[in-house]
Write a protein that binds this ligand. Structure first.
Ligand code: ADP
Ligand code: MG
Length: 315
């Protein structure tokens, strides 16, 4: 898979929310991450680790408390009017809940027309509607039907068609299959993979489950309690994870071959509160390798000789 130069960069990005009692909830802390043109970057981590907030920060839907996000050379916080409108077209998001993001009173044709006319002329709507429905594997007749008449998987196809309608360069897919039946999930992941390749899209694919992103991703970033713990080529992350958190996420994936003894390293306890995160390494309270040093020092995300980056004092 071809990977070009960086199109979207997050530098030292932090996002904080005000929590009860005037306390600060650190949803994303000091994240450095970049999307390369034409790649699929998987972003994984347990629920509550800050993936959605980071995804929203990348498209200016969440305010940064620190850091910058650049898209195609421009700081997105400085975009005004036409540039902002163009940015919002070039980077599209696909959400977890396809029903919640579709207007139930509009039929599919109207939903797509609304998006198509942002970039194309009125005259182009008919042909483009047929083309988009075909791209996502829905029959042309779908245009006269309403969201509630479709299954969950079909509704996600409609959301994908709507995102593609404006001819985006980047897709941020935030848990696009998490709300679907397990039997349907692979179909939608495969569809996204085909579209990414055929339309040369750049994609950030967010999931809480490493099993969902392992096949589609060129690179994988692993997030825990607002921080990136490890990032690197998908093969390295999946076949030789370095960070103990990545190892734990991987061992939670069931092994299909019963003769292979799973080397289980179960994550114990709950994700700590981002209002009161552990000192030092935020993972240390659940880490099998942690010692006294890990409580004192925040590990930096450092490059290893094999091309990945890892934030751990012990691994
Ligand atoms: P993930 O997508 O990995 O499940 P989120 O980004 O949704 O994680 O959430 C990260 C943390 O930020 C969670 O503790 C969540 O409760 C908190 N959070 C997210 N959005 C808000 C908000 N708008 N206001 C307050 N807290 C929020
Ligand atoms: Mg989320």
């Amino acid at each position: 898979m071809s990977q070009g130069k960086s199109i979207l960069q997050a530098q030292n990005v932090s996002v904080e929310f005000k929590a009860q009692g005037g306390r600060v909830l650190k949803a994303v802390t000091n994240v450095n991450l970049e999307l390369h043109r034409g790649e699929v970057l998987g972003l994984v981590g347990e629920s509550g680790s800050g993936k959605t907030t980071l995804g929203r920060a990348l498209i200016r839907l969440a305010d940064l408390s620190n850091g910058t996000v650049h898209f195609d050379g421009s700081d997105i916080s400085t975009l005004r009017r036409n540039d902002l409108r163009a940015f919002r077209r070039r980077v599209q998001i696909v959400f977890q809940d396809p029903y919640g993001s579709l207007n139930p009173r509009m039929n599919v044709g109207a939903i797509l027309e609304e998006a198509i006319t942002l970039t194309d002329s009125k005259e182009a709507v008919d042909a483009r509607t047929v083309e988009l429905l075909d791209l996502v594997g829905l029959p042309t007749e779908s245009r006269s039907r309403f969201p509630h008449e479709f299954s969950g998987g079909q509704r996600q196809r409609i959301c994908i068609a709507r995102a593609l309608a404006v001819r985006p360069e980047v897709i941020i897919a935030d848990e696009p299959v998490a709300a679907l039946d397990v039997s349907i999930q692979a179909q939608i992941v495969n569809l996204l993979q085909d579209l990414q390749r055929d339309l040369k899209l750049t994609m950030l694919f967010i999931a809480h489950d490493l099993a969902v992103v392992r096949h589609i991703s060129d690179r994988i970033a692993v997030m825990y309690l607002g921080r990136i713990m490890e990032v690197g080529p998908a093969n390295q992350i999946v076949f030789s994870p370095a960070h103990p958190y990545t190892q734990a996420l991987l061992s939670a994936i069931p092994v299909p071959d019963p003769t292979v003894k799973p080397n289980r390293q179960i994550l114990e306890g709950e994700l700590p509160s981002p209002i009161d995160p552990p000192s030092g390494c935020v993972f240390r309270t659940r880490c099998p390798l942690a010692d006294a040093a890990c409580a004192k020092q925040i590990p930096l995300l450092e490059a290893r000789s094999d091309g990945r980056m890892v934030a751990c004092l012990k691994a």
